[in-house]
Write a protein that binds this ligand. Structure first.
Ligand code: GLA
Length: 382
């Protein structure tokens, strides 16, 4: 057992006076490119990061749930036969139970201790990681290994239907399906995916601006509505169905703001496909330029950047060994990513930290990330 797992198993033992039977882990993510495309049935290219939500659990013989969060130092109890909505981190666990029961699963309860090291509200999908970890915990407690795509759909259903966070499918899919050293090229319509290796010699820097947004974001929902309106006016099921030429010939059907939102989504889908080609060719320079173009489109057309995100992206790009940078996740606050030569990583981190603090008056949190593996269940013996 690695030290983090051992510490969690020990926390379980001191809380429940028994050994856990399973450990589950679900990672957070950054998105390399393909932003605000998932709910338009388009393409995304995220990767898992080495920060995760972990649960140690032991199945119960009844349908009661007792879950303790180490970070919140709080224990929540509920009955699987009587799920009641409330507020807080445990809603993602309840939502998982709700979605699985809706889908016909017969669940057993479990005792669990949960911990996580994904910064919250930073756009690194900490809440989807909780949901995915909970789905795997319920599956483990019922002695079943779920199909990862089904599990992702259940996780999405939990957040959409129970918690009321209306995101796309990217976060749950990458948390479940990621492969170490690779990004996940995902078609959000068909849910077909491929693992694409990161260019040799490159790391992804995660640049946390230390600014935060709320969880249920009205601006996000407004963008979704504008995209739906654009698809309708263009006569297609989703913006995925429009290419750049088709868009140019019909763009005059849209008002100015809607046109810019649609243009972002349509060009971004094209950039994901080009990014996959660049990665396949090991062309870090081409990939970096696509990241830069994605940021410009998110800033000017989709209007989901912020002063802090623009600042950190510009500072990152100025550094030697940086091939490109962009905001990642929904936007408005949180994190950017940059593609950086591995051997320049430490000097990149130091320079960006210093310059960002001077420019923004806040300390950023910067980490160099190798793409991590997706979620998993470990059965503990003895
Ligand atoms: C949030 C959502 C994702 C996706 C991104 C934007 O992170 O959870 O599903 O829509 O925003 O790309």
């Amino acid at each position: 057992m690695e030290p983090r797992q051992r510490a969690l198993a020990q926390a379980f033992e001191s809380h429940f006076n028994a050994k856990p039977s399973f450990l589950v882990r679900a990672p957070g993510r950054v998105n390399l490119i393909g932003e605000h495309t998932d709910y338009n049935e388009g393409y995304v290219l995220p990767m898992a990061i080495d920060r995760a939500v972990r649960i140690a659990l032991r199945p119960r013989l009844d349908r009661r749930m007792i879950v303790h969060s180490l970070e919140y130092n709080q224990t929540v109890e509920f009955q699987l036969d009587d799920l009641q909505k409330n507020k807080g981190w445990a809603e993602y666990v309840k939502g998982a139970a709700w979605a699985m029961q809706q889908a016909g699963w017969t669940l057993s309860g479990w005792d669990g201790v949960m911990t996580g090291d994904i910064p919250r509200g930073a756009g690194l999908s900490s809440s989807s990681a909780v949901t995915v970890a909970a789905i795997l915990a319920f599956a483990a407690a019922s002695d079943r290994e779920p199909d990862p795509v089904r599990a992702a759909l259940l996780g999405h259903q939990a957040e959409d239907g129970w918690v009321g966070v209306h995101g796309g499918i990217m976060d749950q899919m990458v948390s479940l399906l990621a492969r170490a050293g690779h990004a996940l090229f995902l078609d959000c319509r068909t849910l077909e995916y491929q693992h694409i290796p990161l260019p040799e010699g490159m790391v992804v820097a995660v640049l946390d601006t230390s600014t935060r947004r709320g969880l249920v974001d009205s601006a996000y929902n407004e963008r979704r509505r504008q995209c739906d309106a654009a698809a309708k006016a263009l006569g297609v099921r989703a913006l995925r169905d429009v290419d750049e030429a088709g868009f140019r010939s019909r763009a005059d059907r849209l008002d100015e703001a809607t046109r810019r939102r649609a243009r972002h989504v349509i060009t971004e889908n094209g950039r994901v496909l080009q990014a996959v080609e660049a990665m396949r060719g090991g062309d870090a320079a081409a990939l970096g330029l696509l990241l830069d173009a994605s940021h410009a489109s998110l800033r000017d057309d989709f209007e989901v950047s912020s002063a802090a995100l623009n600042a950190v992206v510009e500072i990152a790009r100025r550094q030697p060994g940086c091939h490109g940078a962009r905001l990642t996740g929904a936007g408005f606050a949180g994190c950017a990513v940059a593609l950086v030569e591995r051997e320049r990583g430490p000097e990149f981190t130091a320079a960006v930290a210093k310059e960002y603090e001077q420019a923004a008056g806040m300390k950023p949190a910067i980490s160099l990330t190798e793409a991590a593996a997706g979620a998993g269940i470990a059965r503990l013996t003895g």
